[in-house]
Write a protein that binds this ligand. Structure first.
Ligand code: AKG
Length: 264
């Protein structure tokens, strides 16, 4: 390693002419500057190596839809993370577990929790939720997602589906406080579930959809990461339909970046 460092330093640094004309003190200074520059380059290389962590990304595209999908965690890692989340996450109860639809409070067909950086709020489905401080497991999953994508996140919405009866209706995550340039990173643990995107212009009555655009159907596996890149959530709704044959639970984490004016 030292040999390599020296080779790189001598390549960048003092030619034999420099060596003749530069004072020893100045030469030491030059060498120090070069070493620091080299160390910075080395850190950048390491960071890039992390982003090119061998995640076998799969591209999913359609008109205005841009997603990346990968298995981020091995089965063993995903099993362990699922168990840890079952112990750590505190889900909302009572009024906190309801959403506003057409002016009325409704129970939601799953459990929810919100975690994130101090002072962050998120408003969706007519309710505002503040972030609990990150748990160790949520923070370590967030860091793994950042390593794999190069994106940073300050908030996560946790959804727990006890079985295939629990579900989520079609919606777009297009709230104004979300950073529009940041993808939403969705990590799934537990039961594999179907996940369906529908273009906003193809919604409406089945008999008369406004435009014929095929829905995009995925199965989100245990340990998977789905990146919904902009502008996907402008044009496409997504939802998690009922699947009566699914008998085991699933936990989904959607990591988001809330713009700082989303703070209290
Ligand atoms: O559970 C899922 O995969 C869907 C989650 C979702 O759509 C959301 O959090 O907005």
């Amino acid at each position: 390693m030292e040999k390599f460092v020296n080779q790189r330093l001598s390549k960048h640094c003092c030619s034999s002419d420099d060596a003749k004309t530069t004072s020893p003190r100045k030469r030491v200074k030059l060498l120090e500057d070069e070493r620091m520059k080299w160390e910075e380059e080395e850190e950048e290389d390491e960071a890039l190596a992390e982003f090119s962590h061998p995640v076998p990304w799969q591209k999913i595209e359609s008109e205005g839809l841009d997603c990346d999908y990968a298995l981020l965690f091995s089965k063993e890692e995903a099993d362990r993370l699922f168990q840890q989340l079952e112990e750590e996450v505190v889900y909302a109860t009572g009024e906190e577990a309801k959403v506003h639809v057409f002016g009325k409070l409704h129970n939601i067909p799953r459990k929810q929790a919100t975690y994130g950086d101090a002072g962050l709020n998120y408003t969706y489905s007519g309710v505002t939720r503040s972030a609990y401080p990150w748990t160790p497991t949520l923070e370590s999953i967030r860091n793994a997602v950042t390593k794999a994508t190069g994106q940073t996140f300050n908030f996560v919405l946790v959804n727990r589906y006890k079985d295939g009866q629990d579900h989520m209706g079609e919606h777009r995550d297009d709230e104004k406080e979300l950073d529009p340039l940041c993808p939403i990173a969705s990590v799934s643990l537990g039961a594999a579930r179907d996940f369906i995107f529908r273009h906003r212009d193809a919604r409406g009555k089945q008999s008369q959809p406004r435009r014929q655009i095929e829905p995009v159907r995925l199965e989100l596996a245990h340990g998977s990461l789905l990146l919904m890149n902009p502008p996907t959530n402008t044009f496409w709704y997504h939802g998690l339909p009922v699947r009566k044959k699914v008998l085991v639970p699933r936990v989904n984490l959607t990591f988001r970046r809330i713009a700082q004016d989303g703070k209290k």
